[in-house]
Design a protein around this ligand. Structure first.
Ligand SMILES: *Cc1c(COP(=O)(O)O)cnc(C)c1O
Length: 391
């Protein structure tokens, strides 16, 4: 029995949007991803309606295409940037430095200097060595300290273990920031990407509240800002609450901890803004069975772990897959085209695909606008990077 038999396209795209995407897809050779910018536009509006009190810092790594950056620039977004390369890209589209935050806690001193020279004055940190580097290379800047959060188990793509520090260390760092002539400005967290448990924000905000209160009472430091990171949902096979529910609950959590007098709030959406706007289109290269009596067919397609689908690692993100064939479905293993046995997308979680699916048929991988194009290898086995088209 399949874990998933067939998906309902209308759960993911309205008819007009999918037709628009398909009209372009029909003219191109696979594999590629089509990104519908009207969907990004709508997702942005939904997000800012849900969080009217927050400033949006788009996490550029989700999709740094010029079409995406200029759209978000014109919508008034700010940008969360992780490297000097992203910095250059974003600024080349006319984004001014006061709309940029250097959100990576792992950075070279000379890169901090580059950000500072370009005019960026907002920096994340989670360690003493990095903080001292910032004090030297970006004197007087605003600092926010990233804390560790729970929620690793309920996020489909956890981000919370590598980054952040414990609450006590966060307080030490904010005090040190002041002593080094920096501005101790706020606290950040990321509850994990595609976080399905809204309560993860509650426990993170609870920790932030303790830091705000203790620093004020014991050290006279008044923090101004909470950066709630990303983690808001996209539509994959594992369903989540709607964004609206996230927004209502999170607002309630903030109100419980901070009253009606909200600090400055930042959110850093990536996936939730972009994923639903993209459809990755691949073609079936081969269908086979490993023995005469094998229960599962293997479906090999011309896109894989090395051409945009790295988030299928450990089968973490389960992308909905749509095909135009209908009728009876059967469990399959789905794998990519390269000569690396790690290039299997789904083996344990059984996708049901139509029995009459044939070589040459197209597979539509839904909700693939984020974290696909840039994760694609440049030449593994000679396969070119994933192409992307924007409408
Ligand atoms: C990747 C990242 C984000 C985006 O997270 P999503 O779950 O894609 O919204 C936000 N903030 C930081 C610091 C990140 O590294």
């Amino acid at each position: 029995m399949s874990d998933q038999t067939s998906i309902k396209l209308s759960d993911y795209y309205d008819t007009a949007t999918f037709s628009r995407i398909k009209a372009l897809a029909d003219t191109k050779e696979t594999p590629f991803v089509v990104i519908d910018t009207a969907t990004i536009n709508r997702q942005y509006d939904e997000l800012t309606e849900g969080f009217p009190y927050a400033s949006v810092y788009y996490a550029v790594k989700a999709n740094p295409a010029p079409e995406v950056l200029t759209l978000l620039r014109d919508k008034g977004a700010n940008f969360d940037i992780a490297s000097i390369y992203e910095l250059e890209k974003v600024m080349s589209h006319g984004v001014t430095p006061e709309r940029i935050s250097y959100g990576n806690t792992i950075k070279k001193s000379r890169d901090i200097r580059t950000f500072y020279e370009k005019g960026v004055r907002l920096y994340a940190t989670d360690s003493e060595a990095d903080l001292r580097n910032i004090a030297k290379a970006a004197p007087g800047s605003k600092i926010y300290v990233r804390i560790l959060t729970e929620g690793t188990l309920t996020a489909d793509w956890p981000l919370s273990r590598k980054f952040g520090c414990q609450t006590d260390m966060a307080m030490d760092l904010l005090i040190l920031a002041r002593d080094l002539g920096l501005v101790p400005y706020g606290v950040s967290f990321h509850v994990g990407s595609q976080q399905r448990e809204i309560g993860a924000w509650d426990s993170a905000l609870g920790k932030v509240k303790i830091i705000f209160e203790r620093l004020k009472e014991e050290d006279g430091i008044e923090l101004k800002m909470i950066n709630m990171g990303g983690g808001f949902p996209a539509n994959y096979i594992n369903r989540t609450n709607e964004l609206k529910t996230y927004a209502e609950e999170i607002e309630r959590f903030i109100r419980e901890d901070f009253g009606d007098d909200f600090p400055e709030i930042i959110i850093e959406p990536g996936r939730s803004l972009i994923s639903n706007a993209g459809v990755l289109v691949s073609e079936v290269v081969l269908i086979s069975r490993k023995s005469r009596t094998a229960l599962h067919r293997w479906v090999f397609t011309d896109v894989g772990k090395f051409s945009g689908l790295i988030e299928t690692l450990d089968e973490s993100i389960k992308f909905p897959i749509y095909t135009e064939k209908t009728g009876e479905h059967e469990d399959v293993v789905i794998a990519g085209p390269t000569c690396d046995s790690a290039d299997i997308m789904y083996e344990h979680y059984k996708y049901g695909l139509p029995l009459n699916l044939a070589i040459g048929d197209r597979m539509y991988w839904l909700s693939t606008g984020a974290y696909t194009t840039t994760y694609s290898a440049i030449e593994f086995n000679g396969f070119p990077p994933l192409k992307d088209y924007y409408i």
